[in-house]
Design a protein around this ligand. Structure first.
Ligand SMILES: Nc1ncnc2c1ncn2[C@@H]1O[C@H](COP(=O)(O)OP(=O)(O)OP(=O)(O)O)[C@@H](O)[C@H]1O
Length: 290
């Protein structure tokens, strides 16, 4: 099993700054959720982590070894992403079984049986051509590639984007079972946050070029509160705390509070305190008004 470390990753596309010094440590044996708004740089970061895209500066290390052009380090990694069916060449001209042959050559621990069983489980014929698949079926193929790669660190970029709710639940069940039985590490990027919150042991919020937070999901939610009430009471109860996403409605105010360890709301004020969902916390911290 392996660990992955990003050290001060900067990425510019010409004069557009996307990543501004990302430091990140991925420990082994966890399912991470990578969450960020459209265009924030999730795919860019994931592709840099797997040496598919050069960083402008900074380094990625797998078990202490640089990943760039390093087969030994890359053997631990799989980055399975949406197949581009618009190009005249590439995987979309292949049948699924031919695409699996390419994957087999790429991933040293490739599990052909698992790949075929997953495709069958998803109700797709392995003889089907990639460019004849629906969006959801394409997601299923990228999921099958990621899981059957058996890579120590498997990264899936928006794997559920094309899946319906039943297929999404199915995927998360298979993912959790695979992680529990193998101890592999998974990094999953997604915009569909709420239903995945229980699956992610850790979440990483990417915002404005950097990692806004990386935290155990349960621990994070235990210190995230929504406080509402008369504006003066809310202000008094939350004084000195990390407050985000304040909303006013006449004299009433609602605010999201992220407590630091050891902090608590000031007592004695007539305010309503409610827990927050991961999705609402994300909106509060990474929404425009945050
Ligand atoms: N090859 C490229 N050349 C130029 N700009 C790029 C390139 N790839 C990505 N970008 C830009 O970099 C920014 C980050 O893109 P990226 O795809 O990494 O974001 P993302 O967080 O994965 O987005 P989404 O959630 O919408 O998929 C965007 O502004 C995008 O337009």
């Amino acid at each position: 099993m392996a660990t992955l470390v990003c050290e001060n990753i900067v990425k510019n596309y010409k004069d557009k700054k996307v990543l501004e010094g990302v430091n990140l440590e991925i420990e082994q044996g966890k399912i991470y959720g990578l969450i960020g708004r459209n265009g924030v740089g999730k795919t860019t970061l994931l592709s840099i982590m797997t040496a598919q895209n050069p960083a402008t500066s900074g380094q990625v290390y797998c078990d202490g070894e640089r990943v760039w052009e390093n087969r030994k380090a890359l053997d631990h990694l799989c980055f399975s992403r949406e197949i581009n069916t618009m190009t005249p060449l590439g995987p979309n001209t292949l049948k699924i079984k031919e695409y699996f042959r390419v994957a087999k050559a790429l991933y040293p621990n490739w599990d052909q049986k698992m790949a075929e069983e997953l495709i069958e489980h998803f109700g797709i014929s392995i003889k089907k051509k990639i460019n004849k698949l629906s969006k959801g079926m394409l997601s299923m193929v990228t999921i099958a590639i990621g899981l059957a790669s058996k890579a120590d660190i498997t990264i899936l970029d928006e794997p559920v984007a094309g899946l319906d709710v039943v297929a999404r639940e199915d995927f998360y069940r298979i993912l959790v079972e695979e992680q529990a039985s193998t101890g592999r590490t998974f990094i999953i990027s997604t915009h569909i946050i709420e239903e995945a919150a229980a699956v992610f042991e850790e979440v990483i919020f990417l915002d404005r070029g950097n990692v806004l937070l990386k935290s155990n999901t349960e621990e994070l939610l235990s210190r995230a509160l929504h406080v509402t009430g008369d504006a003066d009471a809310v202000d008094a109860a939350t004084e000195g705390l990390n407050c985000h996403h304040a909303e006013m409605m006449g004299r009433s105010k609602g605010v999201t509070v992220l407590l630091e360890p050891g902090q608590q709301l000031k007592e004695g004020y007539d305010v309503t305190v409610q827990p927050l969902s991961l999705q609402n916390l994300f909106v509060a911290l990474c929404g425009k008004e945050a």
